[in-house]
Design a protein around this ligand. Sequence first.
Ligand code: HEC
Ligand code: HEC
Length: 299
Amino acid sequence: MERLKWRSFLLGLLLPLVALSANAPPTGEMLVTDIYQGLGNVPRGSIKELRIVQIFPKSTRLANAPRIGIAGEENAQAILGTVPVEADGSARFLVPAHKPILFQALDAEGCAYQTMRATTCVQPGENTSCVGCHEHRMSAPAQTNGVPLAMQRAPSRIKPGELGGRPFSYVEVVQPVLDRHCLRCHSNTKIEKGIELSGEPEKGFTRSYWSLCGDTNMVPRFAQRNQVQATPSGGQSGALGSRLLKMLRAGHNNVKLKPGELRRLAAWLDCNAVCYGTFDPALQSDQLNGERIPMPEIQ
Ligand code: HEC
Ligand code: HEC
């Protein structure tokens, strides 16, 4: 009798879990054995996390209408979040199946030393691995000193953080930082150096977006139809190469940004400085108003 009770008690606990996992979106598992391979001369220990970005399939007819960002002819994207990289450069994590994703190797401040612009994808239950950023597809992992640290633990789940899990939006991610720290010298009657940083809509984006993107050293990006087939490592085409970030880190006119605020700017710069995370004009205007929008139906 006592035993029966226990059995139904345990079943009562287990069944909802089974039901939950049956409804959970399917995942696959990925292993990076050593992130430093293919990263150039980035010192060991610099990379702390991988940012995982999902790219949405283009669902509108014209290449550059509606526009996603200033670079032109881009796909909308969502930061899904980050996973940890171990001290030996290994990472092991679960990713959503059937979704085109790419990786960014981030330092402690959230700046990417390398971005993968191509995408990859897993089937439900698939396990796959790669070496760093990365090995030639015909080569095998280099001999290591034993089992990678990330293989000695369970796979990480993606941590969405402040910015992850929804379509990217410049107004949501970047504009609050500008509102807090820059408007007193860069809006209304006082517009230092002609740089206006308000979130007022202008020509499809915002005034601040046009001001910051006016100079490609300030905000570097890969332009449409560029012929750069393999992203050079070192992060110079994103946050690490951006004069804006260098200027603000150096303490531009005594402006002091918190680490989280700098991370927001870095995330934007590493995502090719896009403005919108959707191809739908109505949803783009929601994002322009600072609203968060759901993930798209077609992914
Ligand atoms: C942050 C660095 C980085 C990481 C980590 C990374 N990649 Fe890449 N990947 C690249 C770069 C750089 C390219 C070259 C194309 C480009 O610039 O996007 C690339 C290209 C690819 C391509 C396209 C290859 C082709 O011939 O078109 C595939 C597939 C790919 N990676 C799969 C993976 C897999 C699988 C993993 C690990 C689970 C992985 N990548 C991890 C940087 C990275
Ligand atoms: C206390 C006033 C003040 C604040 C606050 C301020 N700026 Fe500036 N900004 C200036 C002045 C003055 C200049 C022109 C001289 C210079 O470059 O320092 C300038 C210039 C700039 C430039 C052009 C630099 C160049 O070399 O072309 C940019 C971009 C800029 N600011 C961005 C920002 C951002 C982003 C913020 C907020 C995070 C900000 N500023 C906050 C006063 C300010």
